[in-house]
Design a protein around this ligand. Structure first.
Ligand SMILES: [Zn+2]
Length: 78
């Protein structure tokens, strides 16, 4: 039971909080960020090199361009 409980917390953390790993194109620094489920983030400052990341052409937000997952609005449209 205890193991199941821990597993569920981990699962909720990843599904509901929409965690994404953003990788900076300038310095390749990666950081886990929480992605808002109801809006797109169009500016992101890299913690390591302080570059301001902007979405690439045809992408709606920095998560689509630089993270390992697409943003919730894109996922919801599919
Ligand atoms: Zn950087």
């Amino acid at each position: 039971m205890r193991i199941n409980f821990v597993f569920i917390i981990f699962w909720l953390d990843n599904i509901i909080m929409n965690n994404a790993i953003i990788t900076c194109p300038e310095c390749e620094f990666s950081k886990k960020e929480i992605m808002p489920s109801n809006q797109c983030i169009v500016f992101y400052e890299c913690e390591n090199c302080f570059s301001i990341l902007r979405p690439l052409k045809n992408d709606c937000c920095v998560f689509c361009s630089y993270s390992d997952v697409q943003c919730p609005p894109v996922n919801n449209n599919e």
